[in-house]
Design a protein around this ligand. Structure first.
Ligand SMILES: *[C@@H]1O[C@H](CO)[C@@H](O)[C@H](O)[C@H]1NC(C)=O
Ligand SMILES: *[C@@H]1O[C@H](CO)[C@@H](O)[C@H](O)[C@H]1NC(C)=O
Ligand SMILES: *[C@@H]1O[C@H](CO)[C@@H](O)[C@H](O)[C@H]1NC(C)=O
Ligand SMILES: *[C@@H]1O[C@H](CO)[C@@H](O)[C@H](O)[C@H]1NC(C)=O
Ligand SMILES: *[C@@H]1O[C@H](CO)[C@@H](O)[C@H](O)[C@H]1NC(C)=O
Ligand SMILES: *[C@@H]1O[C@H](CO)[C@@H](O)[C@H](O)[C@H]1NC(C)=O
Length: 251
């Protein structure tokens, strides 16, 4: 009976820690059109080789703006012989990253093959390939890169075309990163770590200074959690001592 009781106690501690950790996580969405703020997508080698897709009159590739995130996307095509490589780069502080593109199928006059490399902190960590089908049409909210196992910290991401001799179409829509609310730059961070996570903030790149309330909340929450664990540990040891008293002289 004693081992059973013991594993039950361990379970309680686990739930306590899991609840504490989950409550601090928060998603931040950054649209391709964001120009200012803490996290801004940079278009390389310069904006001149990128089009604001929804405003591009000369582009053959015309997704429906009402189906794109916030109605916008950035459009560029890599041509292996042109001597430049369009890329997207950004730096963020987080523990997960999700990048979303629009992909296209057969469009007369345009290359719609998409082949991307993902370079995280100078290391190539992923690749996404879309081979167009003969049927016309677009796919929206295509998750081209997901990483949910990052070390919480500052990371640099570079999205670039794979140079395999093919033209590469890039239709970048938005990305989402997961950050810790207690170090978040968002002003909507929950002040208490025991409350459920606040809803995702969109276009959060607007606030740039750390939220003191959120940090204080995180610290207070952390102290409260430690005190709770200490109290439960104390109760557990006391209970165990009482239960084990008749057998202690055998140990
Ligand atoms: C963040 O967004 C991703 C993608 O939509 C989702 O899978 C994940 O559960 C979200 N995480 C949090 C902490 O809300
Ligand atoms: C896109 O075009 C609309 C009008 O067609 C204009 O109001 C808007 O400023 C343009 N956006 C950018 C980022 O150039
Ligand atoms: C893609 O996701 C965005 C944001 O969640 C939404 O506004 C849009 O309607 C979605 N588009 C499609 C085609 O599902
Ligand atoms: C793409 O569609 C056009 C008609 O719109 C068709 O003539 C052409 O063969 C198609 N291309 C491919 C690669 O299937
Ligand atoms: C996720 O990010 C970590 C760096 O924190 C990296 O080591 C790992 O390879 C990445 N995983 C994927 C699937 O990109
Ligand atoms: C959506 O675009 C408008 C400009 O058209 C901008 O003011 C707003 O901040 C954008 N929202 C998000 C969530 O990026």
């Amino acid at each position: 009976m004693l081992p059973f009781r013991r594993s039950g106690q361990v379970g309680v501690y686990f739930v306590l820690f899991a609840g504490f950790a989950l409550a601090a996580l928060q998603n931040v969405t950054v649209d391709d059109g964001v120009l200012t703020g803490a996290v801004v997508p940079q278009y390389l080698p310069g904006v001149s080789v990128w089009h604001i897709g929804n405003n591009c009159t000369g582009c053959f590739v015309k997704p429906d703006p009402s189906l794109a995130y916030n109605g916008t996307w950035h459009d560029s095509t890599f041509y292996p012989t042109y001597g430049y490589t369009p890329a997207i780069e950004f730096t963020f502080t987080g523990s997960a990253l999700y990048i979303f593109f629009i992909t296209a199928n057969n469009i007369t006059g345009a290359s719609t093959f998409t082949d991307l490399d993902f370079v995280l902190d100078q290391v190539t960590v992923g690749r996404y390939t879309h081979t167009p089908s003969p049927i016309t049409g677009y796919q929206y909210n295509v998750s081209v890169y997901v990483n949910e196992s990052m070390e919480l910290g500052e990371h640099n991401m570079m999205v670039q075309p794979v140079d395999s001799g093919n033209d590469v179409l890039m239709l970048f829509d938005y990305f989402i990163y997961t950050t810790d609310a207690s170090v978040s730059v968002s002003s909507s961070a929950s002040p208490s770590s025991t409350l459920p996570p606040s809803p995702p903030t969109s276009g959060t790149a607007t606030s740039s200074s750390p939220n003191i309330g959120a940090i204080a909340g995180g610290v207070v929450g952390g102290v409260a959690a430690v005190v709770l664990v200490a109290i439960s540990l104390f109760c557990y040891w006391r209970k165990r001592a009482v239960h084990q008293q008749p057998v202690t002289h055998f140990l």
